[in-house]
Design a binder for this molecule. Structure first.
Ligand code: P6P
Length: 338
């Protein structure tokens, strides 16, 4: 069949179709997801140019258009915060880039149902070596009364309360994956029409896999149970579902996305020098935990389900284990205290 006639569903068409499944839907969540898609397209343009920074001028300088060249993560933060502030769906945001949450506090925003937390550009240290980086976001329904400004309690909800979560990978192609309780779907940016087009419908995390992802450089800083599980992964043979391979890009969105699609386990355990772990609960671990659980996988801090952790701070960290159900269950048998 000629590609010209290929019927491809766009993100906008998909979110509107999803809304039709909920006759009482106001369209606010669909609107918020489309807003995130717009900001991601803008960030994608700048990320793709990042390799040309010499032509564009170093960050903090003024480029040929006379505009100040911003650090990409600052630019990305402004893009996501901007579309949400000027949309009709979000009352406020929390961001990896900002010390505290931002309450939009205007009449439209105060009547908006949702708040959003995001890491606007995770892994940005990888930009100058052309490794994929990404955006990670999480959406909660407010617990504070509509008509009033959002409050801190709207942001400090356990991950189980998320209504949607997603990520963008700015890589060899640019993909946006998001989950609601109804499923996980992936959209690849088609630059020829500037639209997110359905490329990964109904993503399911394979119940097992052969990939384990962990920073081996920290091996002797991990708890004994984690070291025992890593050794077990390295000793897998055909009879025990192996051999396994270790894959670790050092960019969470890429590592977790690959394991979500192919099957595998991603681990960022606590270490002797980071006893609380490195990754952030609210805008890195909760979104991925939600997405992977909806797709059939599991996510814990080594002891309990990530989505059941009660947050006390927007920037708090947690040990993080996420991936295929059977691999996660095996890992948990090695982890101390289980
Ligand atoms: P390490 C990137 O800085 C990041 O936050 C995640 O994207 C990534 O998984 C992790 O840190 C890598 O950390 O300590 O292994 O370099």
């Amino acid at each position: 069949m000629s590609l010209i006639n290929r019927r491809v569903q766009t993100l906008d068409e998909f979110t509107i179709q999803q809304m039709r499944n909920f006759p009482n839907a106001t369209g606010e969540l669909s609107g918020l997801l489309r807003d995130m898609g717009l900001a991601a397209k803008r960030v994608n343009v700048e990320v793709n140019k990042a390799g040309l920074v010499d032509i564009l001028g170093d960050y903090g300088t003024v480029n040929v258009q006379g505009e100040e060249v911003k650090k990409l993560d600052v630019y990305a933060n402004e893009q996501f915060m901007g579309v949400l502030r000027h949309g009709i769906s979000c009352a406020g945001i929390g961001s990896e880039e900002l010390d505290d949450v931002v309450i939009f506090d205007d009449e439209i925003s105060n009547n908006s149902k949702y708040v959003c937390l995001f890491d606007p550009l995770d892994g940005s240290a990888n930009i100058d070596v052309n490794v994929s980086i990404g955006t990670i976001f999480s959406v909660y329904r407010r617990v504070s009364p509509l008509g009033s400004p959002a409050t801190k309690e709207d942001f400090l909800q356990p991950g189980i309360k998320q209504v949607a979560a997603g990520y963008v990978i700015y890589g060899s192609s640019t993909i946006l994956v998001y989950a609601t309780r109804r499923g996980v779907n992936g959209f690849t940016l088609d630059p020829s029409i500037g639209e997110w087009t359905m490329s990964h419908p109904d993503i399911i995390c394979p119940p097992t896999g052969k990939i384990f992802s962990v920073n081996h450089g920290n091996f002797f800083k991990y708890d004994e149970g984690v070291r025992r599980y890593i050794n077990a992964c390295q000793m897998k043979d055909k009879a025990s579902g192996g051999p396994y391979t270790q894959r670790y890009i050092g960019s969470m969105v890429s590592d977790v996305h690959r394991n979500l699609i192919k099957g595998g386990i991603f681990m960022y355990p606590n270490t002797s020098d980071k006893p609380g772990g490195k990754l952030r609960l609210m805008y890195e671990c909760n979104p991925f935990a939600f997405i992977v659980e909806v797709a059939g996988g599991l996510a814990t801090d080594g002891h309990q389900r990530i989505l059941e952790l009660q947050p006390t701070d927007v920037h708090q960290r947690t040990p993080f284990f996420v991936g295929s159900k059977l691999m996660m269950e095996e890992m948990q048998t090695h982890y101390p205290g289980n």
